[in-house]
Write a protein that binds this ligand. Structure first.
Ligand code: OFO
Length: 162
């Protein structure tokens, strides 16, 4: 059993996860367009993970006998100045998602909704990993400056993500 307020917040987060997924697919398409296929692959893995996150919310709301409502997903940004900018945006976005998960956790805590807190615990940990992965990409891209050779090396490395 979840309260109407928690149900609304969970549905809003479900929408954020789908929006994240769509945004990362658009970033992957940009990376493909500049022939950085390894980074595109990394972003497509991220895209799929976000879909899985969205479905976790879908399943949890139903498990609590709640009602899933799907809201519109905004058109994601298509163009970027560079792959560096793409990963800066990934990091910024993940920090935003972390804040939204924490706010939701806080709301569950305020209602003494222990089941929702436990459900959200997985996401709290996941966000630590997601931010770290995005930060690593930003840091590595920052290290190589204008070196095309190093960029292609990192592109190849990025493709290893499964
Ligand atoms: Fe990238 O985060 Fe979902 O939760």
């Amino acid at each position: 059993m979840i309260s109407p307020k928690i149900q609304d917040l969970l549905n809003a987060q479900l929408n954020r996860e789908y929006s994240s997924s769509y945004a990362y697919l658009a970033m992957a398409a940009y990376a493909e367009s500049v022939s950085l296929v390894g980074f595109a692959s990394w972003l497509r893995v991220q895209h799929r993970e976000e879909l899985e996150h969205a479905l976790k919310f879908y399943e949890y709301i139903h498990a609590q006998n709640g009602r899933v409502t799907l809201a519109a997903i905004a058109q994601p940004r298509a163009e970027y100045q560079s792959i560096v900018e793409v990963f800066e945006k990934v990091l910024e976005h993940e920090k935003y998602i972390t804040r939204s998960i924490h706010e939701l956790y806080g709301a569950a805590e305020a209602e003494k909704d222990y089941a929702t807190k436990t459900f959200l615990g997985w996401f709290v940990s996941e966000q630590v990993e997601e931010e770290a992965a995005a930060q690593l990409m930003v840091d590595r891209l920052g290290m190589i400056g204008d070196s095309k050779g190093s960029l292609l090396y990192l592109d190849k490395e990025a493709k290893k993500r499964e």
